[in-house]
Design a protein around this ligand. Structure first.
Ligand code: NAD
Ligand code: MG
Length: 420
């Protein structure tokens, strides 16, 4: 695919950092959180709540959990709270009655909230559902902390082009990408030899293929190191998460696909390693707690305190590394092939994976069927005939819809190995 380069603000010759209006005047930074009720959203609000004089919450959005959203909005004195699901509006409105927080509902209202001018936005909706509102935040400009990796998987070229056009300051939040962002500071692209993302290996790192075939949602949701939303936890168990992150890294950083590596590191302490041409390797280490990368994005270009466990190397004793097994965890190879094929394949991969993960969580298909569904969609004649690049958001949304429809149809073929 034709790669759109948008220089991140930590890159040599990158964008001049323009102080945000309120930040520069010592006033609180205004912030909006898309996906405020999720794991990343709540961790972000946890940090904001510890320094209320530095941040002012403008808008919080969620899908349908009106009760939790209202609670967060009242606690953080948000100006606006928005649920994507119109059916949740009445509950939200009632819960906010008598407060200064306005309530709104519907997809258009989420998008509008994303477009309200603020200094900093956290994009933490899960899945391609976050694409349209996050692109709205991109167009509006300012700083964008990006956790919603599916935006880059489904529409990386388009997304990065929009970032370059609006000169948005893009700050990666995914722990590996936040680590790379730090280890790459100031590097010229030609100085970089490779970027290695680490993967915990998830709860099934040492399971056989036969055991994986029997894995249940309950077992897959028990991640050994990280506490996260359901979709990314399943993605970690299949290792599709690392596949999505390869595509994410490709778009964020000035590297080719063959410069991107993955190594399994069960302790999740080293998050990413950047190797330079002179043999030097820079890595970022921290305890596995998303509040560290979120804090980096929130305080950027400064640093803020995060109440995370401190790294104690002596107590840890050893850190281990192993090669990923792409026979048991085929998702990694499937995602790499999609990256090589182009942006249409990446959008299809993301859509099919979202449907398959949802079906696995509902116990409609087995664990190994997840990657099976994704492969079947990518190999479907209707998909292989599509042009490999996505020119517009309409193209991306049509490809996403096709991927979902074909994946849905495919679920029926998984009956035998699923349903228990
Ligand atoms: P989550 O499921 O805990 O939260 C998702 C949020 O998105 C919720 O607020 C939910 O209400 C909202 N949402 C869901 N569907 C929506 C829709 N259709 N319209 C509008 N809002 C919707 O997810 P999470 O674990 O916080 O992950 C969020 C994103 O961050 C994902 O893209 C994930 O891959 C990425 N990420 C998460 C972690 C982590 O530790 N949780 C780490 C790295 C990256
Ligand atoms: Mg990650």
């Amino acid at each position: 695919m034709v790669k759109q380069e948008h220089q991140l603000s930590n890159q040599a010759g990158g964008m001049k950092r323009e102080p945000t209006p309120s930040g520069s005047a010592g006033l609180p930074r205004t912030v909006t959180i898309l996906g405020a009720t999720g794991s990343i959203g709540r961790s972000t609000l946890d940090l904001i709540g510890r320094e209320p004089e530095r941040y002012r919450v403008v808008a919080l959005t969620a899908n349908g959990n009106a009760g939790q959203l209202a609670e967060l909005a009242l606690q953080h004195r948000a100006e606006l709270a928005v649920v994507a699901d119109p059916a949740a509006y009445a509950e939200l409105k009632a819960a906010l009655a008598g407060s200064a927080t306005k309530a709104a509902a519907g997809e258009a209202a989420v998008r509008e909230a994303a477009g309200v001018r603020v200094d900093w936005t956290m994009a933490a909706i899960v899945g391609a559902a976050g694409l349209v509102p996050t692109l709205e935040a991109v167009r509006r400009g300012g700083r964008l902390a990006l956790a919603n990796k599916e935006c880059l998987v489904a529409a990386g070229d388009l997304f990065m082009r929009a970032c370059a056009q609006s000169r948005v300051e893009l700050l990666p939040v995914d722990s590996e990408h936040s680590a790379a962002f730090q280890a790459l500071a100031g590097a010229a692209p030609e100085a970089i030899e490779s970027i290695t993302l680490t993967a915990s290996g998830g709860p099934f790192r040492s399971w056989s293929l036969a055991e994986l075939g029997q894995a249940t949602p309950e077992q897959a949701l028990r991640h050994p190191n990280w506490s996260m939303g359901a979709k990314i936890t399943i993605d970690s168990a299949t290792m599709m998460n690392k596949g999505l992150e390869l595509i994410e890294a490709y778009h964020l950083f000035p590297v080719t696909p063959d410069q991107l590596r993955v190594v399994v590191h069960p302790q999740s302490i080293v998050h990413c390693l950047v190797a330079y041409r002179d043999g030097s390797v820079l890595a970022q280490l921290s305890e596995p707690d998303m509040r560290t990368p979120i804090a980096l994005s929130l305080a950027w270009p400064g640093r803020m305190a995060a109440p995370t466990r401190r790294l104690d190397l002596v107590a840890l004793g050893s850190l281990t590394f192993e090669a990923p097994d792409e026979v048991r965890f085929r998702s990694l190879a499937v995602a790499r092939a999609a990256l090589e094929a182009g942006s249409t394949a990446c959008a299809l991969l993301n859509a099919a994976n979202e449907i398959a993960v949802g079906a696995f969580l509902q116990q409609r298909i087995g664990f190994l069927d997840i990657v099976g569904v994704v492969e079947a969609v990518l190999g479907d004649g209707e998909c292989t005939r599509l042009p490999q690049s996505q020119a517009s958001i309409e193209d991306v949304l049509a490809t996403d819809a096709l991927g979902r429809r074909l994946a849905d149809a495919r679920l029926r073929h998984c009956g035998a190995s699923g349903k228990r």
